[in-house]
Design a protein around this ligand. Structure first.
Ligand code: G3I
Length: 351
């Protein structure tokens, strides 16, 4: 069976020569059609400044009425937290299980929310059958996976985290099954296959620890700069923003990093924000206020950056967070808004 990557390359050359080079194409406007009818304060404030306000969602939580009430009231975008990770959506070769992700996409559609599919290639939550494949077999598996998943949601998912966390903290290539088997070019090839599967979807590179200027951020910048220069169909960078109220990159550093990425013609998105309280001293009120200030600062930076398309929080209630028992999110375990919520609303409202 011919490997699509090899098959695709000649087609890509033709397509690129035909003027599909994204580096000259005008990127889609950062945010499309946030329904003005949305009711909640966050959605409304975000819509007023053309920013998506998103939350990572797990399908299993949609059966919880309290969860749905806050999600549907406050958020204009959803990122699939786990339901589209490879091990969950293609547990056996060619055996796709879209049921849970379909529930998320269907819910988002019913409530006018944009969807970001997370994530096509990541070194975690990958199925065991990928181990030991030959390079050709791995290329085919990657091609089939991306085509299968992106193709299934063609026209229904606004954006994809095509490759997640390909770099180590020191900026070197992460030693993943994809890098070992396919080499440095696996990133570019993944974007090309995803674009072919849904030319209308926005394609992002997503990573953590690259929010403010510095070693890893410089490496992410170089990676996406080179992808753009090569005509690879990349549209944006996700800055995960898993930070702490005890210490984080400065506003100036984050703002400058966002701006230089935007100057490449890319969108920037805050893709997985949460603000840990661990290590923050003082009374609980003081700690929660420090968290509020961190949320306010980062969201204000996105509002100020025209090519920042929005902020997605990695969950929205402390009842469901990967950081438990920390309390990193906007709503408490009883779904009541915390000072962090006010920080986000104030930033979206220009206060
Ligand atoms: O759903 C099963 C459940 O049936 C089972 O009983 C339980 C215990 O084994 O596991 C449950 O699955 C867990 C899943 O979260 C849902 O809770 C997985 O074991 C666990 O590994 C998974 O963790 C997720 C993690 O990525 C690894 O995929 C976190 O929820 C998720 O928040 C986290 O998100 C990542 C982003 O994808 C990438 N950026 C970093 C971020 C934080 O690590």
């Amino acid at each position: 069976m011919t490997v699509l990557f090899a098959r695709l390359a000649p087609v890509l050359v033709v397509v690129t020569l035909a003027g599909c080079d994204r580096s000259t194409a005008t990127s889609p406007s950062p945010v499309t059609s946030i329904p003005s009818s949305s009711s909640g304060p966050l959605r409304t404030a975000g819509s007023a400044v053309n920013k998506l306000v998103g939350a990572a969602v797990q399908a299993g939580l949609l059966s919880d009425a309290s969860y749905r009430t806050v999600l549907d009231r406050e958020f204009s975008a959803i990122t699939t937290e786990n339901d589209l990770k490879w091990a969950n959506v293609e547990p056996v070769p060619g055996g796709f299980d879209f049921a849970s992700a379909d529930a998320i996409v269907g819910h988002a559609s019913a409530f006018g929310m944009q969807v970001k599919g997370h994530t096509l290639l990541w070194h975690q939550q990958i199925p065991g059958w990928l181990d030991g494949l030959s390079p050709d077999a791995l290329r085919q598996a990657v091609t089939d996976h991306i085509q299968g998943v992106v193709g299934h949601y063609r026209g229904r998912v606004r954006a994809w985290d095509v490759v997640n966390e390909a770099l180590n903290d020191d900026g070197s290539w992460r030693d993943t099954v994809f890098w070992r088997g396919l080499g440095d070019s696996y990133v570019a090839d993944a974007f090309r296959v995803a674009h072919a599967a849904d030319p209308g979807a926005l394609l992002f590179y997503n990573d953590y620890g690259a929010e403010g200027l510095g070693g890893k951020a410089d490496r992410v910048y170089a990676l996406v700069r080179d992808l753009k220069a090569a005509g690879v169909p990349i549209d944006g960078v996700g800055l995960q923003m898993h930070i702490s109220a005890a210490g984080r990159p400065s506003d100036a550093s984050i703002g400058a990093n966002m701006r230089r990425l935007a100057d490449l013609g890319l969108l920037v998105t805050i893709s997985e924000m949460d603000v840990q309280l661990a290590g923050v001293g003082g009374t609980q009120a003081e700690r929660l206020d420090a968290q509020r200030a961190a949320y306010h600062s980062v969201v204000a930076l996105c509002v100020a950056e025209p090519r920042c398309d929005g902020v997605t929080f990695w969950g929205f209630t402390d009842a469901h967070t990967w950081l438990a028992p920390d309390l990193p999110l906007l709503f408490d375990v009883q779904y009541q808004p915390k000072p962090a919520y006010s920080g986000v609303l104030d930033a979206l409202s220009g206060r």
